[in-house]
Write a protein that binds this ligand. Structure first.
Ligand code: DGT
Ligand code: CA
Ligand code: CA
Ligand code: ZN
Length: 591
């Protein structure tokens, strides 16, 4: 990926999150940074122009994207032709070449320093020249060692501010994987429920919607004794900083860097507060519009008649949706992707549920790079209430993962057969995660693939290939008669590696012809296919298989993460083969 600053914008623009004002702020920040650069270069005229434009955009009440869509960027005071071009580039690509060039014209990595609130190019240059500081770490150390106060104009107050800004920068930088925060949430909810003042406690925000990454946690409590609730909240053992403390809203930072927002509401408003703080913002905006059309008002306190002030609904979420003439919309669907229209017309899907999933269709054992024996995987799966698992170890070209060749795979199949004879009410499927080679051929011969219950084929190399090459490679693999599922179909690693470029439409089309399933890989940093692509796959007539890709027995607990993706993709039980009893599953797998 490109430059860090660019990435950050890119994320704001193209992840599901797209809060309007947030984009305005990001654009303004970029313009301001450009202004700072021009100031250092002594170009006061342009510096002032960019700063003025930044101010204007920051105070816009409308999303800048909408202004752009109408072709009216130039009508914003202070936005001339060249600035309009920069803004357009930021909006449409999430990048700004001018800014990137300016950054690169600075010595070393000091543009890193300028990401800290209060450090502009001038200060950054000074820190670099006088103290040789080029990274955030070096800056932090220098402050702690008291070296900054040797410079003119840098007192203890400035130092303190810099430290604070570094901390905030770090926590704002980070989004967390959903899988990383789920245990924290359980602990949080339990801790808060332990207070007598707490009547109800629930996590809202993106976590409740089960979005793949989350910016912060939004915890909601119903209580009549707000003060006690807040006291308990800020005394959480994991808290390293109390950002703000109030009787309706408080915010803390946990040791992990995770921010938690607490809202305390009166019990009769719990439903409307839950609805409001679950979001998404886009979903809520649309909902409010429906309310307004009926002469009502919807906010975190309830649904009210605008004229009489009378309360129409609010104690439960259901009451709100019902009053608005909508079927109840599950949190995972609340992204303004057509769910409100579907709810109005009574055609929402009946989403697949975690407890309907009977088996896990992708995992590794000691035979390749896993840590558990097959027996240990069985035990862990049974403890979770599953009825079957598919063992899908790596194939031989994955040498670092001790991938299996034909002979060892045969041995493993024998072990599984023996095991199945002893097991009652549980089945182990013989599978493999066979590597798709560069030319699209598979890493194991058909002779052995044909004897397996479940063949997952995956790409593990050549991520930089062209779209055409990658598409052909995968399509060739799908034509193999024994492939049953395409493993982690886009190869992305969340917050780390973008998907490889591949024509998914074509992949879906061929998969449908060939009767191949798409995998929803439930590993926390994969979730691949993602929600949007899984929904497209369903619409292309495909079914999915969910697999944890567990490498330890404990990781079998990740299965719900895959189900959350399925739910966000509008999938019903029939769209997910893991909901089938094992006999039916095996029948379905015979192509
Ligand atoms: P995140 O934290 O970035 O993963 O995403 P969310 O959706 O949890 O966003 P967050 O934490 O900023 O806010 C939680 C929910 O509260 C959000 O989904 C909708 C609601 N909300 C927050 N701020 C606003 C706002 O300014 N307007 C409206 N309508 N709703 C808001
Ligand atoms: Ca949040
Ligand atoms: Ca929040
Ligand atoms: Zn894999």
């Amino acid at each position: 990926m490109g430059h860090r600053g660019g990435d950050q914008l890119f994320r704001v623009l193209f992840t599901e999150f797209s809060g309007g004002t947030r984009l305005n702020l990001e654009v303004a920040r970029a313009l301001r940074e450009i202004a700072d650069f021009f100031a250092v270069k002594g170009d006061r005229f342009r510096s002032r122009a960019y700063r003025r434009a930044a101010q204007r955009i920051e105070s816009l009440t409308e999303d800048i994207r909408e202004v752009h869509a109408r072709g009216e960027l130039r009508s914003i005071p202070g936005v001339g032709e060249s600035i309009a071009r920069v803004v357009e580039e930021l909006i449409t690509t999430g990048r700004c070449r001018l800014l990137e060039e300016l950054r690169e014209s600075m010595p070393g990595g000091i543009h890193e320093l300028m990401k800290i609130e209060g450090i502009g190019p001038k200060t950054a240059l000074l820190l670099h020249r006088k103290l040789g500081i080029t990274t955030l770490e070096e800056l932090e150390t220098a402050v702690r060692e008291g070296r900054l106060r040797t410079l003119r104009g840098f007192g203890p107050k400035v130092e303190e501010n810099i430290l604070k800004a570094i901390e905030i920068h770090r926590s704002a930088q980070r989004r967390f994987l959903l899988g990383q925060v789920l245990t924290t949430i359980e602990a949080l909810e339990r801790y808060m429920a332990g207070s007598e003042a707490v009547e109800r406690v629930m996590i809202a925000g993106s976590v409740r919607r089960r979005k793949e990454t989350v910016g912060d946690l939004d915890l909601l409590v119903a209580s009549e004794r707000h003060l006690e609730v807040v006291e308990r909240f800020v005394s959480l053992p994991e808290v390293v900083k109390v950002v703000s403390r109030g009787t309706t809203k408080s915010t803390v930072i946990l040791r992990s860097g995770l921010q938690v927002d607490l809202r305390v509401v009166d019990p009769e408003s719990f439903g409307s507060a839950l609805q409001y703080f679950t979001g998404s913002k886009e979903h809520n905006i649309k909902l409010r519009r429906i309310a307004v059309r009926r002469g009502w008002k919807l906010n975190e306190y309830g649904l009210f008649d605008r004229r009489t002030g009378e309360r129409i609904a609010g104690e439960t979420e259901e009451s709100i949706y019902r009053a608005l003439g909508l079927d109840y919309i599950e949190p995972e669907l609340r992204e303004d992707r057509g769910e409100i229209e579907a709810a109005a017309e009574g055609r929402l899907p009946r989403l697949v549920r975690v407890e309907e999933v009977r088996g896990d269709l992708h995992m590794h054992t000691k035979w390749s790079d896993g840590t558990g024996t097959i027996g240990e995987m069985v035990e862990a799966a049974r403890a979770l209430g599953l009825e079957y698992i598919a063992i899908c170890d790596h194939s031989k070209s994955m040498a670092i993962a001790h991938g299996l060749d034909e002979a060892r795979l045969r041995k493993q199949m024998e072990e599984i057969e023996r095991l199945n004879r002893e097991l009652e009410g549980f089945t182990v499927l013989s599978g493999v995660e066979v590597d798709i080679k560069r030319d699209g051929s598979l890493d194991l011969r058909d002779k052995v693939l044909k004897d397996l219950d479940f063949v997952v084929a995956s790409v593990h190399s050549g991520f930089k290939s062209s779209k055409e090459e990658m598409t052909n490679r995968i399509v060739t693999a799908l034509h193999n008669d024994y492939v049953r599922a395409l493993g982690h179909p886009t190869g992305r690693l969340i917050l780390k590696r973008p998907p490889y470029s591949v024509d998914l439409e074509r992949v879906f089309e061929v998969a449908r012809e060939q009767g191949v399933l798409m995998e929803i890989n439930a590993f926390p940093n994969r979730l691949d296919l993602n929600d949007v692509n899984s929904r497209a796959a369903k619409e292309a007539g495909l079914r999915m298989s969910i697999g944890t890709d567990a490498h330890t027995p404990d990781q079998l607990r990740l299965l719900p993460l895959g189900v959350y993706v399925a739910r966000r993709a509008w999938l019903e039980p029939k769209d997910v083969v893991n909901t089938l009893p094992v006999k039916e599953l095996l029948r379905t797998l015979e192509r």
